[in-house]
Design a protein around this ligand. Sequence first.
Ligand SMILES: [Zn+2]
Length: 185
Amino acid sequence: MNGFVQTGDSVESFRDFNKNKKDQNEPKMKMIRFPVKVLNPEKPVFCPECGAFLKKDGIAHSDVFHLPYGHARTVLDVERQRYECTNPNCRVSFSEEIPFKDPKHKVTKALRTYIEDLLSETVITLKMTSKIAHVHKNIVKESDKERLIKDGSVFFPCSSKYAADQSVSADLCFSCRHYPGASAQ
Ligand SMILES: [Zn+2]
């Protein structure tokens, strides 16, 4: 994927995501962390608010989850240049954009596409998608909802994939026991 360059060695760790789960026998999840730097072709020069010159103002770090590597979850530890306005009456400060990040979630655009690909497979449930893509179920739920709205499918209050599969019928949703709401079209 374009847009970043690795700045150091990756670090592997094991995180126990099952601490609060019933099934304590599930294996701990391996996580690989890659330190990366944004390759932004356009470096900001002027303040977006007042037009004065910007100055560099340290480095910020953001975690962005990326495509799974085998059974491991991967996270990009993204180094971002911070900028501050030189105008003493303005003092706007911000970090450089992460062009490869999904605008809504802390995942890469590539991972977001992968989630949507999994969701488009009718045999793969939301829960399975969350497991395969190693992402939190809320991201999967929201991606699914947005996908359905984009498709113009009938919208169920629970936005469950199971319900969406039978979007043509106006039956109660099996998951939330609600009738479908207005079509998102
Ligand atoms: Zn300014």
